[in-house]
Ligand binder design. Sequence first.
Ligand SMILES: C/C=C/C(=O)SCCNC(=O)CCNC(=O)[C@H](O)C(C)(C)COP(=O)(O)OP(=O)(O)OC[C@H]1O[C@@H](n2cnc3c(N)ncnc32)[C@H](O)[C@@H]1OP(=O)(O)O
Ligand SMILES: NC(=O)C1=CN([C@@H]2O[C@H](COP(=O)(O)OP(=O)(O)OC[C@H]3O[C@@H](n4cnc5c(N)ncnc54)[C@H](OP(=O)(O)O)[C@@H]3O)[C@@H](O)[C@H]2O)C=CC1
Length: 445
Amino acid sequence: MKDILDAIQSSDSTAADFAALPLPESYRAITVHKDETEMFAGLETRDKDPRKSIHLDEVPLPELGPGEALVAVMASSVNYNSVWTSIFEPLSTFGFLERYGRTNELAKRHDLPYHIIGSDLAGVVLRTGPGVNAWRPGDEVVAHCLSVELESSDGHNDTMLDPEQRIWGFETNFGGLAEIALVKSNQLMPKPGHLSWEEAAAPGLVNSTAYRQLVSRNGAGMKQGDNVLIWGASGGLGSYATQFALAGGANPICVVSSPQKADICRSMGAEAIIDRNAEGYKFWKDEQTQDPKEWKRFGKRIRELTGGEDIDIVFEHPGRETFGASVFVTRKGGTITTCASTSGYMHEYDNRYLWMSLKRIIGSHFANYREAWEANRLIAKGKIHPTLSKVYSLEDTGQAAYDVHRNLHQGKVGVLCMAPEEGLGVRDEELRARHIDAINRFRNI
Ligand SMILES: C/C=C/C(=O)SCCNC(=O)CCNC(=O)[C@H](O)C(C)(C)COP(=O)(O)OP(=O)(O)OC[C@H]1O[C@@H](n2cnc3c(N)ncnc32)[C@H](O)[C@@H]1OP(=O)(O)O
Ligand SMILES: NC(=O)C1=CN([C@@H]2O[C@H](COP(=O)(O)OP(=O)(O)OC[C@H]3O[C@@H](n4cnc5c(N)ncnc54)[C@H](OP(=O)(O)O)[C@@H]3O)[C@@H](O)[C@H]2O)C=CC1
């Protein structure tokens, strides 16, 4: 591993040098264990502690197949999907690995008693498999998390529709929270040169998801002037949705839960901000009953902030707790676009407000390669910025996942994998200097 790190840190290493580097037989990786999937049985979701289920193990290097690449991971980030994996909700991800393993001989590699998790990385290509021409050893890359087989016709208009579509590091093994990761080569994209390894690893999953969900024609197709209600506007997804709304000439109405988070949104340029905690919205009277009066109070507040207008697009992900309110506050003909259900996936809403006002609910999930590429291009051009707040060592990934599970974090939480310290890997100091305040906006708050 030391030779690999030395080659990455040396300014004159060539593709041939990387190709000649011997690969280690094993490497360190963040895992959950199959024999521990019942460890939290009977506990409430919030009491399931990722620090207990997340391990740092030495694991064997997987075989490299056609169309694949092995990447030395300098940094990764914590996504909520790793929280779900670590608390074994809504189901154990070992089921995904078993199912994938049954599909073909090579996919059997993924069905192991441990799951190496993580769906983001920034690093350097070490080896490519047969059939890979676009990338070579030594390339500095980030990886998006869409894994597709594309053997069926179904995925050829939009690769997210492939029947064998999987999220790398969640529904496949050998993810990014590790010193080495195995990806398909069509997950690779150029690392933005003005960012450090940990900054470059932070946006990937959430930035691509927010891009499809909000901007792409496959999602809400946001346009100039749209009022966009963004739940969790300073969180992982929301901090990118807020930037897309502002950069695209829309009007974000940011919902957050503290004055500090409201300040972050303000510093991004948002003006309409609702502190859901301070204003005390209670959309549910009890576990079974919603309170339409609270939907109306919320809608009235939105009208105050917009000069009397309602919402064109809701950027939904909290799910059960907010969905009824989201459908209610959307304007006639407007769109609710949803990619998750953090607070519960059995949603309830008053359908009269949907059909009578011709509203649409759009399901959105990650992004296809083109959408991920466009989202990464905006980062590389300094139009959208990473929202990295805190960075942990690989050893402390459990604590990082705990912070995200308990909503103690801001923006994105990074993890150093092979990178010995923060701040390394910057290749374009000039572009960095132009955007340094925006790059650091979420740091250490
Ligand atoms: C990028 C980051 C993203 C995120 O963070 S997203 C948040 C984290 N992700 C999640 O929480 C999602 C986790 N995934 C799930 O919860 C499950 O993954 C799903 C609920 C999405 C799907 O459940 P499943 O059990 O995998 O699939 P089924 O479709 O419920 O069951 C499969 C069986 O059901 C049959 N079936 C499917 N559709 C139909 C139909 N229309 N009519 C009749 N049967 C159907 C199939 O054939 C098969 O059957 P047979 O088990 O016998 O093989
Ligand atoms: N389908 C897909 O492709 C993707 C799905 N996801 C899913 O989206 C969800 C959010 O991910 P991410 O943004 O990274 O997570 P974060 O935890 O970083 O941010 C979510 C934010 O939502 C707000 N929130 C949480 N619970 C509630 C609630 N009950 N009511 C209102 N607001 C709430 C919080 O902000 P505040 O407290 O300030 O209001 C929180 O910070 C997860 O479930 C994740 O698995 C994520 C990425 C891709």
